[in-house]
Design a protein around this ligand. Sequence first.
Ligand code: NAP
Length: 494
Amino acid sequence: MTLTPVLTDKLAEPRLAVAGGFINGKWSSVSSRGKVFRVSNPATGEVLAQIPDLATHATREAIDAAHAAQPGWAALSAKERADLLKKLNRLMVEHADDLATILTLEMGKPFKEARGEILYGASFIEWFAEEARRVYGDTIPGHTANTRITVIKQPVGVVGVITPWNFPNAMLARKLAPALAAGCTVVAKPASETPLSALAIARLMEWAGFPPGVFNVVPGTDAAAIGEELCANPKVRKISFTGSTNVGRVLMRQCADGIKRMSMELGGNAPFIVFDDADLEAAVDGAIASKFRNAGQTCVCANRVYVQAGIHDAFVARLKEKMAQLKVGNGMEEGVDIGPLITGKAVDKVEDLLADAREQGASIEMGGAPTGEMTFYPPTLLTGATRTMRLAREEIFGPVAPVFKFETAQEVIELANATEFGLAAYFFAKDISRVTRVAEALQYGIVGINTGLISTEVAPFGGVKQSGFGREGSKYGIEDYLDIKYLCLAVDEV
Ligand code: NAP
């Protein structure tokens, strides 16, 4: 395993950079196949680390370790588990700058955003440390005079966690925290573009004093092999996945034989609706925040911007002005708003979607071609978008804002819901009846009303339709990692 100075020289605590798997409390520096893979900075192409390319064998070892550790972990008191999670939270906050540096270097988002992600991830650790102590059951009046019914909640067991590259810290923290709080143990497979953030969390957990086997990380490029082992191995009782809907479908099929529990945080196609009575400045700021965060590479990014005819031209003009102020560049540089896209393939996808939109009559008001340097793409504004364009149906995952003009609330509700996805939706309006009716009519798990920023640990994040099921955060989040059992007790007279 190798770490390069491109990475370690930028860290106040270089031990946070690790290039190995983490299994049963030990760092493994070699893969049984003798293979390694490279992690590179998408902004510069520089190699940050070479990591052992683990696959089935290591996944099985990690599952065995998690399985052996689970009863002991669950047997700790909720407070003991909570205390360790609180320690982890403190370490994440203390090392936020280094964790953000690792994140920016491996995936490209601006340092300020990366730091925000670390604190967001840490907030889930803190939240579920608190929730660990509130896993309450129920007592139910018995069905006969001599019966007592009590409902208790118990950890599901070993959880296989698979996470994407776009939030390499927070997507893991959102699963790890409720799983550990509930008394489950975890085997995590981070995205192969961004394993370093997950490994840094493992390092902090080692320092916090979590018992060996409670958390394991299996980095590797053979996602299909690792995924198959996690889904097929009977010692794993649940899969929690964040990623594309297509891979989600594969995992569901693989989990069918073992009737495994699942949580699925999948793709989105968020409508962002601006009604005539909206506060124009707030709507534009909301659109900038929702569309351009992480260079448009988030599952809750505005994908389709619907603007009512009466405010359309004013909105487009103001959005264009604000977009012109966004600076594209290396996320480690001060003042950068938009980093590179994750890979060349991501740039190609954006180009394909734009070519299709152009062919079908959309006008490019701004941007519309790669900068030519690495995978940087400028903020791009389109008007005249229509429902037949591919970008109306597919996740763009780039800094492209297509604007669709609409006339009535009924029309836009129908357009907004005309997708198999149902993760996040946004709208801006003031009329109270409109706000109420539209919020109720949108078929989405999350609706931002007069705001473009909706993510917080206190709310139940998750989708409907093909955006998945299960919730992360809030009092609901821990339920995904608990089984319900009822005790039916027959009592005699005394
Ligand atoms: P992806 O291709 O589905 O990859 C996600 C994870 O799955 C990665 O760790 C990947 O590993 C792994 N994977 C790929 N093929 C697999 C297989 N056959 N079996 C098991 N694991 C497999 O998604 P992505 O392109 O990285 O991420 C973007 C997607 O995530 C978007 O659709 C986005 O909307 C969604 N997302 C959803 C949420 C949410 O909360 N709903 C949040 C963030 C992102 P490798 O990296 O090694 O290929």
